[in-house]
Design a protein around this ligand. Structure first.
Ligand code: BES
Ligand code: MN
Ligand code: ZN
Length: 467
């Protein structure tokens, strides 16, 4: 899909936004089409609601009318509605007239996000939209939104791809392709190398798998660092599939666990966007990629492992694997000198109970960083809600045989306790996003079709590239 500034009056689907656009439609639109639009709009206009699109099926072209969006949120949703409409009327080109310049970029982003389809195993029969011409869209806004949308599409493709087509090694191959194309530095550590480095928790989770775990680091270095340089580390949970291990998940809870690498996917998508936006700060991605399997080699409840930071952890529940791999990734990010660390993880079912699957839970030990995450979330239109790091809850994570245990087997407060566990492995400014339920949806969601959402890719890119 190609975004173009301007208005193509010959597009298969004409979108007329705001009353003024109806008069302008004459500019280039065939007179008979304009007459039909005028008559149709006169009928539909009085009942139009904000963000709603009314479609007119015409003979040679189709048209849709909408009120002017009054916020970035409305503009994005209108764009998604236009993408859906284009599919319904099987349009191959879209011309949009009447949008204000401030909202044109968000609208265009909505069109691109709404147009996404995962076609790897089922070709899309609907004809593709070649060009979207949008009046008042600047070249710069078009470029920016194309970068954002392609980072989100990458994250969505990764989450939609099932485990039998995307294990940790496959993920690192994708990371290599992305790094090569975007000019990012890439380093991958094998299971043996992680063992040598002392990443005992990461290795423990991967030891039951038939496939090799991969610890992946990508680095973006600005061509020209800014006056106040900053190193941001993005840490992603990449559990390619979570069976729960010996603490096995029931069938209903296991389906959908191909999406347990949603954090890693968001981080890789964000790195691709960051490389394109070219901010004056260094950004590093730490992706802990493995899977949580059941096998003769898998970790057992009660096993004790040594973390990279030297602490010993008793694994009381093998299904609390995300915090284990993140713990070592956070330690490494801190050891390598990050000024701020943000981790993203499909971490707890308790988060879905608390906030549902639209909002992500935000935890942070630093008020300024938490504020920056909220601003980035607002801009990206990926909602977050802060929950407290209530330290007394950590008491139930004291083990009889080790420094910590990974679960107390009590669901109440589960997201808070998971975040407190992670906090034991960081020192400087840190924020944690629990995106359980956000990454993969069974039904169509506000910015796209059922399946992966790409949640977090835009938020992280906005955050890492802030001034
Ligand atoms: N990957 C799951 C969390 C999850 C649940 C993600 C639903 C997406 C949707 C995580 O590894 C997990 O199993 N967490 C356990 C932790 C518990 C054993 C302490 C959970 O939430 O039940
Ligand atoms: Mn689990
Ligand atoms: Zn998991």
């Amino acid at each position: 899909m190609n975004l173009e500034p301007g208005f193509d009056a010959h597009a298969a689907l004409l979108v007329l936004v705001g009353e003024a656009s109806l008069e302008l439609a004459g500019a280039g639109v065939a007179p008979q089409v304009e007459r039909q639009i005028g008559a149709g709009a006169a009928r539909l206009w009085p009942q139009l609601k904000a963000g709603q699109l009314e479609v007119l099926r015409l003979v040679e072209q189709d048209a849709a009318v909408a009120l002017l969006p009054t916020s970035a949120g409305e503009a994005r949703r209108l764009g998604v509605a236009v993408a859906r409409c284009a599919r319904t009327v099987r349009a191959t080109s879209i011309g949009v007239l009447g949008l204000e310049a401030v909202f044109a970029g968000e609208f265009a982003l909505g069109v691109q996000l709404g147009n996404y389809r995962f076609t790897r195993f089922r070709p899309d029969e609907t004809p593709e939209v070649g060009t979207v011409s949008i009046d008042n869209l600047s070249e710069e806004a078009a470029r920016r939104c194309a970068h954002l949308a392609s980072g989100v599409a990458l994250a969505r493709d990764l989450v939609n791809t099932p485990y039998n087509h995307l294990n940790a090694e496959n993920f690192s191959e994708v990371a290599r392709t992305v790094a090569d194309a975007a000019g990012l530095e890439l380093r991958v550590w094998s299971q043996g190398e992680c063992e040598e480095r002392g990443m005992g928790l990461f290795v423990a989770v991967g030891q039951g798998s038939a496939h090799q775990p991969q610890f992946i680091r990508l680095t973006y270095r600005p061509a020209e660092p800014g006056a106040a340089p900053r190193i941001t580390a993005l840490v992603g949970k990449g559990v390619m599939f979570d069976t729960g291990g010996y603490s096995l998940k029931p069938a209903g809870g296991m389906y959908g666990m191909k999406g347990d690498m949603g954090g890693a996917a968001a981080v890789l998508g964000a790195m691709q966007i960051v490389a394109a936006l070219n901010p004056p700060h260094e950004v590093r991605a730490y992706i802990a990629a493995t899977d949580n399997a059941v096998s003769a080699l898998a970790m057992r409840p009660g096993d004790v492992f040594r973390a990279l930071n030297g602490k010993h952890v008793e694994v009381t529940n093998t299904d609390a694997e995300g915090r284990l791999i993140l713990a070592d990734a956070l330690t490494l990010a801190a050891q390598e000198g990050a000024d701020e660390i943000i981790d993203v993880a499909t971490l707890t079912g308790a988060k879905v109970t608390a906030l549902g699957s639209d909002l992500a839970a935000l935890f942070s030990n630093d008020a300024a960083l938490a504020g920056a995450v909220r601003v980035a979330a607002e801009t990206a239109q990926e909602a977050v809600w802060e929950l407290p790091l209530h330290s007394p809850y950590l008491e139930s994570y004291r083990s009889e045989v080790a420094d910590l245990k990974n679960s107390d087997m009590i669901v109440a407060g589960g997201s808070v306790k998971a975040a407190l566990f992670l906090q034991e492995f960081v020192s400087g400014p840190w924020a944690h996003l629990d995106i359980a339920g956000n990454a993969l949806k069974e039904k169509d969601h506000p910015f796209g079709p059922a399946g992966a959402t790409g949640y977090g890719a835009m938020l992280l890119a906005e955050l890492a590239s802030r001034p």
